[in-house]
Each structure stands twice: as C-alpha cells, then as structure tokens.
Write a protein that binds this ligand. Sequence first.
Ligand code: ZN
Length: 199
Amino acid sequence: MAEFTLLDMEHFATEAWGPLGTSTIKKWAEFNRLYFEDSLRPVPIVMTHAQPFGKRLAFCSYNPDTHGRTITLNVPKKHNTLLADNAVLLHEMIHQYLFERGEEASHAGDGWRREIMRINWLIAGKEIWAGRSTTARRKVDGVVVRMNVPHPDTGKKSLGQSDIALWPHNRRGIRLGKLGAPGSGSRDRGVPVGPIAQS
Ligand SMILES: [Zn+2]
C-alpha cells in the first residue's frame, strides 16, 4: 500500500471538515516538528460531532484495544462543555509517538511520564515531575493508598495520576489554543476546559 503522506492528511481533512480540517493538520505538522523531530508518521485525523467514547475528548487509535490508525478528535456542534483543542491534539500525538516507537503508550507507562516531562519543559520552560504510580501504606492509619513516587534525587512531589493522564490540560503556563488555532506556546490564550477525561 502506498504511504499515507502529509498531503494526503491535508486533502482528507480539508475535504471532510473544510478550514478547520486544514488548520488542524497544519497544527499536527507543527507539533510534529517542534516536539517530535518530525518523526511521527502522517495519520488520518478524524473529527466527530458525536461523543461515542463517553466523556472522552479524543480517542487515539494507537490504543491497543482498538484497530486501524487514526486520531479521532471530538468536536461537538454545541461545544459549551467539551471541546477538543490543540492541547488534546498534542496529547494524542504523544500516544502516537509512543506506539510508533513500540513503547508502552498508556498513561501509566514510563514513556508517557518521560514525554510529558520533556514536552512540558519545551513548551513552558518549567520542570514537572511525573513519578511512577505505586501503592504505599499510610503511616497515620496503615491504609494502603495509591500514590505517584516523588523524584528520587530531589524529593520533588509528583503530579497526581489524573493530572499525568490529562496532560497538558490544567497545566499552568500551557495555553495551546483552540483546535487548529495558529501559534503555540505559553503566551497563547487557550479555551478553558472543564473536567474531562481522555483516552
Ligand atoms: Zn490519553
């Protein structure tokens, strides 16, 4: 089968979703250049008005329990609550990156934690620590609780697992804007997003 190219991506998205499709592909290409050294393979990006995945904003088909190769972004017609934005696109691209490298791509994996720390630094110039999720017995009452391990050298506290799983949403200093909106980095005004879940 012929290779699916960036031009194919753009043709497909533009035909299906017009200017939003075009600008979203341009954003994918920009993120690929800025954060992944152009290593990601072009992939069909699908937008859906429906919410077939529960409350998820996006759905990365590199997920092991799905098949085919797409990134699906949820863009409801009435998007007063949930709306896929550039941050969601970048989030899905990290899943894509890990799958393409043959790494564990879930939010619990080493690769996911490594990549969000790396890219958070590139975007915001701020270090975050995302430690492995583990269980520990609480000293006060002996109850076993789930926690993310602090930095082994500095003792820096880890982000919680839900913050890790939702990265880059709710990170201070990271505003990537609406889906397909040009510009990148911390100075852009993004769309505030309420409580969300992502694949
Ligand atoms: Zn995810």
